[in-house]
Design a protein around this ligand. Structure first.
Ligand code: IPD
Ligand code: CA
Ligand code: CA
Length: 265
């Protein structure tokens, strides 16, 4: 698998930040038992990881813009390119010692995502994709699952929690989806949910109220693995609306229909 120079830069940044997160994850498992808990420590862990990523990316492409969850946006002098970064997606899992979290780095060119890297250091799983070059998990080429009907499908989602999202709307969506599928999962990392769709682990996935850094890299992974990704209404405004719905051609279509059914009388 040949990677472009740009994708290599992204991979190096993700691996370096992943190393730092791995060390801190070990520490979280110790802090877990203390009364104060690892909360403050975790918010430092993601800031530290973002600094590592920003330094790596800006060193290599100093003119590109940078949108990261943990820092002020940098408007690059190169108006065409922007990095979109979540240094730690799956913070709640990380905080609770659950090894489902990762680094997410995307590259946008003229408002289109052209490359994405997601790295879960706890499982040493590196997902990469470039436009036209396919999607990979480590060295293995990825393809979305081929199941065609919802009754065979396992679907990922995001559950809005304390202070977040529209709980009533989600419950209505879930009510319809769970009645049609083989299983529903909530893994707690939007980036990895999309990577799992690309890898054929999940047949589909939907979530609302997300930010660009949660999903930018995952979008290109799914597309390069042959899948469909849209906003919740089937359109292309994924980053703008913070809504996402993904799967292969058949599951995407079916999930779109089922998740929008009105409340039965
Ligand atoms: C969160 C995760 C989670 C999703 C949340 C996100 P964070 O990102 O992606 O799966 O349900 O809405 O905010 O806070 O762990 O970076
Ligand atoms: Ca996130
Ligand atoms: Ca985050």
């Amino acid at each position: 698998m040949a990677r472009s120079a740009l994708l290599n830069v992204m991979v190096q940044a993700a691996l370096k930040a992943g190393k730092s997160l791995s060390r801190d994850f070990g520490e979280v498992q110790n802090l877990q038992v203390s009364l104060k808990g690892p909360g403050d420590f975790v918010s430092q862990a993601d800031r530290k990881a973002e600094k590592i990523i920003q330094d790596e990316l800006m060193k290599s492409r100093p003119t590109y813009g940078f949108l990261g969850e943990e820092s002020e946006e940098i408007k690059g002098t190169d108006g065409a390119h922007r990095w979109i970064v979540d240094p730690l997606d799956g913070t709640t899992n990380f905080l609770h010692g659950i090894p489902i979290f990762g680094v997410s780095i995307a590259l946008e060119r003229n408002n289109e995502i052209v490359a994405g890297v997601i790295y879960n250091p706890a499982m040493d799983e590196l997902y990469t994709a470039e436009r036209g070059g396919g999607a990979f998990l480590n060295d293995r080429r990825l393809r979305v699952a081929s199941r065609r009907v919802l009754s065979d499908a396992v679907i990922g989602c995001g559950v809005p929690h304390l202070g977040r999202g529209n709980h009533g709307k989600f419950l209505l969506e879930l009510r319809h989806v769970m009645g049609e599928v083989a299983g529903v999962r909530r893994f707690g990392s939007a980036a990895l949910d999309l990577a799992y769709v690309a890898a054929g682990r999940l047949d589909g996935y939907w979530e609302n109220d997300l930010s660009a850094w949660d999903i930018a890299a995952g979008i290109i992974l799914v597309r390069e693995a042959g899948g469909y990704v849209s906003d919740f209404n089937g359109g292309t405004s994924i980053l703008e609306t913070g809504t996402v719905l993904a799967g292969n051609e058949h599951i995407h279509k079916a999930l779109l229909e089922v998740s929008h059914r009105p409340l039965p009388r």
